[in-house]
Structure formats: C-alpha cells, structure tokens
Design a protein around this ligand. Structure first.
Ligand code: EPU
Length: 333
C-alpha cells in the first residue's frame, strides 16, 4: 500500500512527463480500497500502468492505483477455462501465464502495455484480437457507494478502444478484477496481415510460436518505453463510411483501409500521418517516432504541454490534407 501527498506521477506514465497528484493511493486489496474510500475526498482519477495517459498538468485530487494481484482459474471444463486476474496484474504477465498454461485467446495481445484493469476500460487490441473477445466479466467497486458490481461483457458495451467505463461509468468505478474466457483447443487468430503472411505455410502453430512472432513484430516497430517515452498509438484509427474511402482512394490509390463493424471502414492513422510528412518529425523534446508515425515520443526533459501543441498541428494538417479528424486514443489529464 502507498498513501502519499504531493506525489510524483513521473514513474506512472510511460511518456515520463512530470506531474504530481495531491494524493496518491495504491491499494493491494478490495478491502484496502473500500476502507480508504470511506473517508477520502474526490475528485478521483484511476490510473493503470500509465501507458495511455498524457499528464499535461498536476492532478488536483486523488490518484488511485491498483496493485491487486492474483491469477486464478475459477471454472474449467474440457473446452475452456475462466481465469480471474487482479486489476493490478500487468496484461503481458497475464498473457504469458495463458500461453504457459496452454490457454488460447490472449496470445495476440503479447507485450501489450498496461494492466489487466485498464485493458477492460480501453478494450486494448492488437493483431486481430481485442480484450472484449476474451473478457467474460469485469468486477468493480462503485467509488461513491462502495458496492461491488459484476459487469457482463455486454454491459461493458465494448467497441474499438471503447467501453462503458470510458462513457457512462467514467470516474465512477474502480475495476478490481477481470475474468477472461480462454479456450483449451488450438485456435490461432491470423486475421492480421503480418501474421497471415508469416504463418501462411504453417500447419500447426503453438501458442509460444505466436507469442514469439508478435513480440518480434512489435519490437521492430514500437519503441521500448524504458528507452524512449511514448504511449503506444497516440491516435485511434479513424472509422469512416464507404463514400470517404472511395474519395480518398481515387486520390491515393495505395491507401490502406480495412473493413470495420456495421459496414464502416477503418483507415490507418499511421499511414495518414506518414503521408502528411510527420514520420520522424521532431520539435523540441517531443516528436513523431521515425519507425511508426502513429507514435508520439518524448526524448526527455519535456512536458505534456509540448505534446499538446504537436497534437494540434498534426490534427490540423491531417484535416487539411485528407478532411479527416484524428481522435486521440491517449487520455489527457
Ligand atoms: N503505416 C504507415 N506508416 C506508418 C505506420 C503505419 O504507412 O508510419 C501503415 C502500415 O503500413 C499499415 C497500416 O498503416 O498498412 C497499419 O499499421 P500497423 O499494422 O502498424 O497498425 P496500426 O493500425 O498503426 C494498430 C493498433 C496498435 C496495434 C497494431 C497491431 C490502434 C490505434 N493501434 O496500429 O495498438 O499494436 O494495430 O495490431 O488501433 C496501441 O493501441 O497503443 C497500439 C500499439
């Protein structure tokens, strides 16, 4: 447990920007959280591993951080297992556990940053899999009433990088545990182009082979936050209608796009940024990663405000060039 005033959040955001919280509270159990909340004053802001947050000023309130651990099988049959993980477990530790135990479903999320609790808030996703595909239930404590509630997958209203915890439940619940449904029979998901190409000849594939391949692909493209501050993809991939795709493809025949839900299409924000000339751009202490334009980076000694100014310029340029409004995936605090 940590309870400290005027607490530095520098180690709690992967950008590595300086910011402080009036009060910081890290808890190891549901009881500790409830005891604290009985006498605590808001506003509250709950963080995970800080891999999707941009702090651009101090937080005037209480920052909550979960250190609830534990990974346990709570139900099992010959087809699947239900595995309940504490919100404070690192998502990749959970993925590694699943791979080591022969449970299918989480492997494509290998090396995804963040904690288990945040994976449900953000519906994290990579290489053709989103957290929503494997989440069975989400347990959370109501910050106001201290009641524990169990949300079904449907109640979480998951969509691309979205859940009810970013909408009507925002700032209301502290997620304490997530239960995942994982398969016991081999079920490789190779819908992502990079994986499709890599494994086009493979007859059988093990969980470990998939995990190793994804780790290699990610390492080539994404900066290690221990070496260079970043928050992964900074913007969401825009979801647009067929008319927008048609107009853009006429002008940019090589533009990548993918079909999304309900007849819509997903554009690649990375491609839009690269084509608008942003890849490798640097301004002061911040910039656009040279191996992947969707990633904004902090070279050190900078502040969140510098990123805000760069974000505005990027959004304006992409709007001017393509008529597309880029929406940040990262949360501004
Ligand atoms: N592209 C470019 N230039 C770039 C970057 C990308 O032209 O600088 C093109 C690529 O060639 C490709 C397309 O854009 O045709 C898509 O790129 P990529 O496969 O790298 O995936 P992404 O759409 O940029 C998404 C997620 C990532 C996830 C990968 C892999 C979002 C916002 N991002 O990135 O998630 O790892 O797919 O599935 O959905 C994150 O959310 O933080 C994150 C890293």
């Amino acid at each position: 447990m940590i309870k400290a005033e005027n607490y530095s959040l520098k180690e709690y955001n992967t950008f590595g920007f300086p910011a402080k919280a009036n009060l910081f509270f890290e808890y190891d159990s549901v009881d500790q959280l409830k005891t604290f909340l009985r006498s605590a004053k808001g506003p509250f802001f709950h963080i995970g591993a800080g891999s999707n947050i941009l702090f651009y000023k101090d937080f005037e309130g209480t920052v909550l951080h979960s250190a609830i651990g534990g990974i346990d099988v709570v139900k099992e049959n010959s087809d699947y297992v239900l595995v309940r993980a504490g919100a404070g477990i690192l998502m990749d530790d959970f993925v590694e556990y699943s791979v080591n135990h022969g449970y299918w479903g989480a492997e494509n999320l290998s090396h995804i940053p963040g904690q288990v609790g945040a994976s449900a808030v953000q519906n994290v996703g990579a290489y053709g899999v989103e957290a929503k595909d494997i989440i069975e239930t989400v347990e959370a404590v109501d910050i106001r009433t201290l009641e524990t509630r169990v949300f079904s997958n449907a109640e979480c209203r998951f969509a691309y990088r979205f859940s009810a915890f970013k909408d009507e439940f925002k700032d209301r619940y502290a997620i304490t545990h997530v239960t995942f449904r994982l398969g016991k029979k081999p079920n490789p998901i190779l819908t992502n182009n990079a994986l499709k190409q890599l494994f086009s000849d493979a007859k059988t594939l093990s969980l470990k082979e998939i995990r190793t391949a994804i780790v290699e692909i990610r390492d080539k493209k994404l900066p290690k936050v221990t070496e260079l501050g970043s928050a992964g993809s900074f913007f969401k991939n825009p979801i647009v209608g067929k008319d927008v795709v048609d107009t853009l493809v006429k002008k940019y025949p090589s533009m990548p796009y993918f079909s999304a839900e309900k007849g819509f299409f997903k554009l690649s924000a990375g491609w839009l940024l690269e084509t608008a000339g942003w890849r490798g751009y640097r301004e002061g202490n911040v910039g656009v990663y040279d191996k992947h334009a969707l990633i904004l980076v902090h070279y050190g000694n900078g502040s969140g405000v510098e990123i805000l100014s760069l974000v505005e310029k990027i959004q304006t340029s992409v709007m001017d060039k393509f008529g597309i409004g880029l929406e940040p995936e990262v949360i501004f605090v």
